[in-house]
Design a protein around this ligand. Structure first.
Ligand SMILES: Cc1cc2nc3c(=O)[nH]c(=O)nc-3n(C[C@H](O)[C@H](O)[C@H](O)COP(=O)(O)O)c2cc1C
Length: 535
């Protein structure tokens, strides 16, 4: 058995030039006999297997782990050497079967990890292409490639490896639990001729760091998106377009972290006979979203909007010139939403013109808008087409006709669109309650304060409250009935957890709710209580 001692310097050097040095010829006879060859590979900077030390220097180091494989070119053939010694150590012993008499010579090309097909035996070069789809088993596990050559170092060899790409590190906070993959898209090729790389991950944490190897070059934009299978999760896409971003081989680039939390969702609807209204209200309640009713300046009446009478106002508007826009009340206070759910009844086969007046009055350019309708029988498809063709700068998602949908059915429909509430938890004494945050600006701001423990005071035998030091955005309304488990904001800084259901005349802004509050009253007790809010 031959043993070669090789030092592996895991330093970032300039990209390796794949020089081919002549190697000692071997006689034909020996080709038929294979014998095991082991080499010791030593690291110059032993650390735990962090894989990447992203302190900003671009330095990287690792210790060997079971299953590690390196590739060495011997006589123009690429051999897989597998770790046969201990893992987690600075020195790893790697073994391969080589033709008898093989010599691992100075200048031999080395690559880590070994990937079959990386080495072209005709051109004597590494291609080191990156996969467009990769499964990552843990943080830091990505398809990275190192390559270099062996140089003589006293009586042994030193392998100097350089990383073969730039690395983009993307941090997501509050990752939704249904996320199974992350996709990176650039304005130029990332792997082969593909502009996208998808990493499926079999691990999960609420804050996740993803590493993408990307070719060195100048990029104008990167877009990242979390996926459930192949389905995009709404609200988890982020585009970084900072002009010309120059990425160099061997360096690590961190992006600003992307925080996935409650979204700001508006349910905007027009309704004449309240069918669409009740669906819209149910939807806003499920999501803890803001709600806005689109109203014409002059209300429709049953006389002037009679479906069966061609001479009525509704008929004339719908069949008038394409530019017809009935005047509306423009009292929506903000368009700062991530998603708009847009509801309407079908009128004469299509979306009522008054809804187009709403889209003309406010700019939802670049926003995600999802239409939904109710109707006697007509589908939403003609309306969807008209909306998409008329408002081309809106990111339209396919909508649906939702007549008779129950709250559970609406929840499923929304979840299928990737729209749901951000989970969080409340720890009260020894009990942990699952909670869900509202999709509004208040819940977003509250979410950014987590984790926090509030000492909450008792009031009226139905609520615990705490005044925060800072204020949160408000959009207060009187809920009429307060539900056991509601978490609401009173004024602009008083967080209230309700543990009974009762009617109220006060106004509050939604923060969230406890999913199952059945044992809440017992847990909070009759006096002050410390409640920890966390993810
Ligand atoms: C003026 C007018 C036109 C209508 N046109 C249609 C139609 O073309 N197709 C259809 O299925 N229902 C049609 N309907 C029925 C409504 O779409 C349906 O009743 C809807 O659910 C009402 O919603 P709302 O209560 O929110 O106004 C029409 C109703 C009115 C008042």
């Amino acid at each position: 058995m031959k043993r070669y001692l090789v030092y592996l310097a895991a330093a970032i050097l300039s990209a390796c030039t794949a020089d081919i040095l002549p190697e000692k010829p071997i006689d034909d006879d020996s080709m038929s006999r294979m014998e095991p060859v082991s080499i010791d590979v030593r690291l110059t900077t032993p650390t735990t297997r962090a894989v990447i030390n992203d302190s900003g220097t671009g330095a990287a180091s690792f210790s060997w782990e079971n299953g590690d494989e390196i590739g060495i070119v011997v006589n123009n053939k690429y051999y897989r050497f597998t770790l046969s010694g201990k893992s987690g150590e600075e020195t790893g012993t790697f073994t391969a079967e080589l033709p008898a008499g093989s010599v691992i010579a100075e200048g031999a090309q080395v690559a880590y990890p070994y990937i079959a097909g990386d080495y072209d035996e005709n051109t004597h070069t590494f291609s080191l292409t990156y996969p467009t789809d990769y499964t990552s088993a843990k943080e830091g596990d990505f398809r990275h490639r190192w390559a270099g050559t062996l140089v003589k170092d006293g009586n042994s060899y030193l392998a100097e490896l350089s990383h073969q790409s730039a690395i983009l590190r993307i941090t997501y906070e509050n990752v939704p639990s249904e996320a199974t993959a992350v996709r990176l898209t650039a304005d130029q090729d990332l792997a082969g001729s593909s502009k996208t790389i998808t990493t499926n991950f079999s691990w999960y944490a609420s804050t996740m760091n993803f590493y993408f190897p990307v070719p060195a070059g100048t990029y104008n934009s990167f877009t990242i998106q979390l996926l459930n299978g192949s389905k995009a999760i709404e609200g988890t896409q982020k585009t970084m377009a900072n002009g010309s971003m120059v990425l160099e081989t061997g360096k690590i680039y961190r992006t600003p972290s992307v925080s996935i939390g409650p979204k700001k969702i508006l349910v905007a609807y027009f309704s004449f006979t309240n069918t669409t209204k009740s669906i819209a209200e149910s939807m806003a309640d499920i999501l803890g979203a803001d709600i806005f009713e689109i109203t014409p300046s002059e209300a429709y009446t049953s006389d002037n909007s009679n479906y069966y009478d061609d001479s009525t106002r509704a008929y004339k508007e719908q069949y008038g010139p394409a530019t017809t826009r009935p005047e509306i009340n423009t009292n929506l206070s903000s368009t700062d939403y991530d998603i708009v759910l847009l509801g309407f009844p079908i009128w004469y086969g299509k979306v009522p013109r008054v809804v187009l007046s709403f889209l003309d009055a406010y700019s939802f350019s670049g926003k995600t808008v999802i239409p939904f309708c109710t109707s006697g029988s007509s589908s939403i498809s003609a309306s969807q087409t008209e909306l998409q063709n008329t408002y081309t700068d809106i990111n339209w998602k396919s909508g649906a006709r939702l007549n008779g949908y129950t709250a559970d059915q609406l929840k499923t429909w929304l979840a299928d669109l990737g729209i749901q509430n951000t989970p969080f938890q409340l720890s009260i004494g020894g009990t942990v309650f699952a909670g869900e945050l509202a999709n509004n600006a208040t819940a977003q701001a509250f979410n950014s304060l987590l984790p926090m423990t509030l000492n909450m005071s008792e009031l009226n035998g139905n609520e615990k409250y705490h005044y925060l030091n800072s204020t949160l955005p408000t959009n207060a309304a009187c809920p009429g009935t307060i539900q056991n488990g509601d978490i609401l904001l009173y004024g602009n800084n008083c967080v209230v957890v309700f543990y009974k259901t009762f009617t109220t005349s006060y106004s509050y802004t939604k923060i969230g709710r406890i999913t199952d509050p059945s044992v809440l009253e017992g847990a909070v007790g009759s006096g002050s209580v410390a409640i920890k809010f966390s993810h």
